[in-house]
Design a binder for this molecule. Structure first.
Ligand code: ASP
Length: 438
């Protein structure tokens, strides 16, 4: 059995948190490869080390003095080193070198990546494991995308040689020998890449929540946790804003069938959520999760005999494409078409889009409405259950909520409904109560 364990920033924000992570790693021999994030927030008004480093970069790029800021960063690490009681260990030389480099030639990705680099060094010392610099084993191509072939080959050969190793998250080597990072939250991606290269049995992702919840706890009080979720269900829910894991973290492990187990460093006894390719595990509920987002706009286009006009849909969509707007949904009728878009992308271009629709498709009318919220009800159990849509609509009707749009995914994995922004919270509560209980 081989496990790759990734710890998020809040799990490594202080010596106390580090010790919890250490206990978790030591409790299971198979937890052999560790991917740390940079120290995160210790309290809600604290600053993540990655943000401190990005600020240092801004200061350096503007020709300012970075000594004070670097001192504050050093203090964060020194606090951890002292708290862990690490003897004969210091990051002073590394921090000095980072400061020197940033003064001579400020580079944003290099600056941002040092949080993980330094934390990885502490973790390796603390665990008495080998430190593998991610820049030696994770590679990006010229276009800035992960070079999976070279990465997998180099990394798996390297891991084969070590029993226990720490590989800092979030970065690798980009073009011209420069450090490149993933997008924010990217240590999740590193964890997934390492799990694939190690041919791990599980990719454990340790964070500060016990996995995914069936609904947003800011709306539903005390929602139940999700035990098993498939990659496809997760994609549907994260599209609607349920975020615990970086989206790109799914691809490397999914392809080789490695499950991801989201766990809580502060409550290691909780089983967390298992993200799997496919499962025969019985769900207690037809619905796996409910998520949603506010502030969509609809563009309602009508034209008599639309159904017979070849290319009509393409012309309407071209109007959006020309203006660089992606659409989210497109329910249609016989002579009508509705295009659902994000308000923030659309609002400042609305008149341009409307005139383009008129120019390209010559419709009878185009109407815009704003203030739409979308709610996705997701569950692999929906395929085999009858009456799900009926139950859903009854729940909303009882609350007097008018459904403005319905879109059942062809996979029968989800139903997406559109309601007024102001009905959003009430609708989610009602759906939760109907399918899961009070
Ligand atoms: N430290 C990086 C960030 O704050 C990456 C990570 O934590 O995953 O985005």
């Amino acid at each position: 059995m081989k496990k790759v364990v990734k710890f998020g920033g809040s799990s490594l924000a202080s010596a106390e948190q580090f010790m919890k992570a250490g206990d978790i790693i030591r409790a299971d021999e198979s937890r052999r490869y560790v991917v740390p994030s940079a120290p995160g927030k210790r309290t809600s008004d604290d600053t993540k080390v990655t943000d401190m480093l990005l600020h240092v970069y801004d200061t350096a790029a503007a020709g300012g003095d970075i000594d004070g800021e670097m001192k504050a960063i050093k203090a964060r690490y020194d606090e951890i080193i002292t708290g862990l009681g690490l003897k004969d260990f210091s990051l002073d030389a590394d921090i000095e070198e980072i400061a020197k480099k940033l003064k001579a030639e400020p580079e944003k990705d290099y600056a941002a990546s040092r949080g993980e680099f330094l934390n990885g060094k502490i973790m390796a010392k603390y665990l008495d494991a080998e430190f593998i610099d991610a820049a030696e084993v994770i590679f990006f191509n010229e276009e800035g995308n992960l070079n999976d072939y070279k990465t997998d080959k180099t990394l798996s050969a390297r891991l084969e040689k070590c029993d226990k190793a720490v590989i800092p998250g979030f970065y690798g080597l980009g073009k011209n020998g420069r450090i490149k990072t993933f997008s924010r939250g990217g240590s999740d991606v590193t964890g997934s890449i390492v799990a694939k290269a190690a041919k791990a049995d599980v990719y454990e992702n340790w964070t500060d929540v016990s996995g995914f919840l069936m609904a947003d706890p800011r709306i539903v009080s005390n929602p139940k946790g999700i035990r098993y979720i498939t990659y496809r269900e997760l994609r549907e829910l994260s599209y609607m804003g349920a975020s615990v894991l970086h989206e790109d973290a799914i691809f490397p492990v999914r392809r080789c069938g490695i499950p991801i187990n989201i766990r809580n460093t502060n409550m290691p006894e909780d089983e967390g959520t298992w993200i799997v390719e496919s499962t025969a595990q019985k769900t207690d509920y037809v619905v796996t999760g409910i998520a949603g987002k506010k502030d969509f706009c609809t563009v309602f286009v009508t034209k008599a005999m639309m159904n017979a006009e070849i290319g009509f849909g393409r012309k309407v969509l071209q109007a959006f494409e020309e203006n660089g707007i992606s659409f989210e949904h497109m329910p249609s009728g016989i002579d009508t078409m509705t295009i659902v878009v994000h308000a923030d992308e659309f609002m400042h271009k609305e008149q341009k889009v409307i005139s383009a629709i008129h120019r390209l498709a010559e419709p009878d009318s185009v109407e815009i409405e704003s203030g739409l919220a979308l709610i996705a009800v997701v569950g692999r159990g929906m395929k085999s259950a009858s009456g799900t849509a009926g139950k859903l609509f009854t729940a909303l009707a009882k609350q007097g909520i008018n459904i403005r749009m319905i879109d059942q995914g062809s996979s029968e994995l989800n139903i997406i409904i559109g309601v007024k922004n102001s009905d959003f919270e009430t609708a989610i509560k009602a759906i939760y109560a109907t399918f899961i209980g009070e």
